[in-house]
Design a binder for this molecule. Structure first.
Ligand code: UDP
Ligand code: MG
Length: 318
């Protein structure tokens, strides 16, 4: 029986890169004719002609399937939609902008045949990106590593091959605030890393900006660990103990030397400093409450409006 491989490609305003991507994918498919292939595009509410182009591709190539989301949900959620509609025995998650070279998939398939479940690509170089972004993202990974017991590898993106059992497991994880990289690590199974050089974006521009990255970082931390809450507690304890000792010292001083009113600046500084820490702690707690709020609404994680020619209402694939 031939095995089926799904290429899961979330696309958001990628009209410019799609034809080039399709060409490169066809080469990959020709090299690996022993597999049955599916190219599953998840259109994440693109505002350009992306969907038209995918529909055109589908007219001549039945291996092309697509899910059309009802609006832009972000890549993390688009990937979940892809997992839901993926029909293959394994699933390769890749970006549409050709920063993830399709040539690497041959190697991934080899390891899959050897029995690995999750073959991820580690970037040796990161392609063109700003100094700021590179350093911020590395700092974020080392912070996350220290905070959570789950290893999240730096320089590993979403580009990977997942066995069907990983896909089935990931389908069960339906939180709205998703940090998929953490989920990949969480599910475990047999992992294998391979290295590659990340290219530059072929066309268009990255839809990420510093603010989005910061949000993703906070999401990553708050979804993978409750360490920030612990930190707030520890800070609280340190200040409480410190102030108690200081109070004793002050009491003794007043008894021995009498009272003198001084140290007004110190007072202001201490009040402002503690006020700052309190606000920060409240913010941290709020961060988690916000997540609880969103998850307890129990909404579907995304809304799909079409699967190929079929219009969808509120329903899930079986
Ligand atoms: N993407 C998406 N929804 C979004 C933003 C991006 O589906 O809201 C897709 C995009 O089309 C691409 C992939 O996610 O296939 C990676 O996006 P991008 O290249 O902008 O991210 P970067 O490579 O800079 O991390
Ligand atoms: Mg990219």
């Amino acid at each position: 029986m031939t095995k089926k491989v799904t290429l899961l490609i979330p696309v958001y305003n990628e009209a410019k890169t799609l034809s080039e991507l399709y060409k490169r994918l066809l080469e990959l498919l020709e090299r690996n004719e022993k597999y049955e292939w599916e190219m599953l595009f998840v259109n994440d509410g693109s505002g350009d002609h992306t969907l038209d182009i995918i529909r055109e591709l589908r007219q001549t190539d039945t291996r092309v399937n697509y899910v059309n989301l009802s609006r832009n949900f972000g890549k993390e959620i688009a990937m979940l939609a892809g997992f839901d509609y993926c029909t293959g025995d394994c699933c390769v998650v890749m970006d549409a902008d050709l920063q993830d070279p399709p040539e690497l998939i041959d190697q991934m398939l080899k390891y899959w045949e050897e029995g690995y479940d999750d073959i991820y690509a580690r970037r040796r170089t990161r392609g063109e990106e700003s100094w700021m972004r590179r350093h911020l993202s590395l700092a974020f990974y080392s912070l996350l590593q220290k905070m959570s017991r789950i290893d999240i590898l730096p320089n590993v993106g979403d580009f990977r091959l997942l066995d069907r059992r990983c896909v089935l497991t990931l389908r069960r994880m339906r939180e709205c605030e998703r940090y998929t990289k953490g989920l990949f690590t969480w599910i475990g199974y047999n992992k294998k890393g391979i290295e590659f050089d990340r290219g530059n974006r072929k066309d268009g521009r990255s839809s990420w900006n510093l603010f989005k990255l910061l949000n993703l970082a906070i999401e990553g931390i708050t979804s993978a660990s409750t360490f920030p809450l612990r930190m707030a507690t520890i800070t609280g304890i340190v200040f409480a103990v410190g102030s108690f000792i200081y109070a004793l010292f002050f009491l003794a001083k007043t008894i021995i030397y009498g009272e003198q009113v001084a140290g007004f600046p110190t007072l202001i500084i201490v009040i402002l400093f503690l006020g700052g820490i309190q606000m920060l702690s409240l913010g941290i707690i709020g961060e988690y409450i916000g997540r609880i709020f969103k998850e307890t609404k129990g909404r579907p994680t995304y809304v799909a409006s079409d699967y190929n020619e079929k219009k969808l209402g509120y329903e899930y694939p079986e």
